[in-house]
Write a protein of this length. Structure first.
Length: 305
């Protein structure tokens, strides 16, 4: 699909090498189409990696998407060049009067902290509230999923005795939903987290629908407001080597690091990963764009409410 991206974004050249069709703004302006506007609030430390992972998944639809990147004014990233942030990201304050067809809010490396202790929590809550009136459908990923469920619905998180780390089979509980169109009875999802939300808390709230879970990794996907909000506890967007990089990074500084389960060929960290989640990841994002963004958003974007 034609993805409309900021000129010179590093992901453009990376994805062209994968034979994924993207276009920069200079080319996109020659097409007389109303693109879907998608904003990504990227809270992950390695911004360029996460940008590329998400754009790769957003590329599998015939619709034109215009991608914008949001950053927090109350937090300065340490692992991404300032020049990159200044060139491709805008503060929430400069975007708050705009409306978007879809939004993605990523995870963040703060999950063991209490929400109110996170130094940008106040700004996050403003964005959570803003998304409800300025975005047609929002995907909350990992920490953002937990934080969004806590802010909007009071759902608590719980510490895990052991890190949930690896690839786990998930079962769609409402397979008739458009978000699962084309899915198999089971699908794989990467997880990497130290905390969890519990199914009994989700089921106790009539505004929430538990739509996918795993006997190993627990709550997987929660839907609210008829698909205007999705809370995903794992990382369908991960590239094949993300867990491998994380494992080798942590193993170099700690001695209590377990290898990711159901991940390496022959369960051998010296072997390459076995990619089992990519097809369903692409399908999930395509279904989200088609059925919960494109089919639901007004042509006049100003009418989103």
């Amino acid at each position: 699909m034609p993805l409309r991206l900021p000129d010179k974004l590093p992901a453009i050249e990376l994805l062209k090498k994968e034979n994924i069709f993207v276009m920069d703004n200079s080319r996109a302006t020659t097409q007389d189409i109303r693109p879907l506007k998608i904003v990504i609030l990227n809270l992950m430390p390695l911004k360029i990696t996460t940008e590329t992972d998400l754009i790769r998944l957003l590329s599998n639809t015939p619709l034109q998407l215009e991608i914008d990147f949001m950053k927090l004014k109350s937090h300065t990233p340490k692992n991404t060049p300032v020049e990159h942030m200044m060139m491709f990201y805008r503060d929430f304050e400069s975007m708050k009067d705009e409306k978007f067809d879809g939004m993605i809010i990523t995870g963040a490396p703060v999950e063991t902290m209490e929400y109110e202790e996170v130094n940008y929590w106040e700004e996050m809550t403003r964005i959570f509230a803003w998304a409800r009136t300025h975005v047609t459908s929002t995907l909350y990923i990992c920490w953002a999923a937990q934080a969004g469920l806590y802010y909007h619905y009071g759902i608590p998180k719980y510490p895990l005795e052991k890190k949930m780390f690896g690839i786990f089979k998930q079962q769609p509980l409402e397979p008739q939903l458009p978000i699962f169109r084309g899915f198999d009875d089971l699908f794989a999802m990467p997880h990497s987290r130290h905390t969890e939300i519990r199914r009994e808390d989700i089921l106790a709230d009539k505004e929430l629908s538990l739509i996918a879970e795993s006997p190993e990794s627990g709550v997987s996907i929660v839907m609210a407001r008829g698909g205007r909000e999705f809370f995903i506890t794992g990382h369908l967007e991960y590239s094949p080597d993300t867990l491998d990089n994380e494992y080798k990074r942590d193993r170099g500084v700690r001695h209590d690091v377990d290898k990711p389960v159901n991940y390496y060929r022959d369960d051998n960290p010296d072997s390459p990963p076995m990619v089992t989640w990519r097809a369903h990841a692409n399908l999930f994002y395509s279904n989200w764009i088609d059925y919960y963004v494109y089919q639901e958003t007004p042509y006049d974007i100003s009418k989103i409410e």
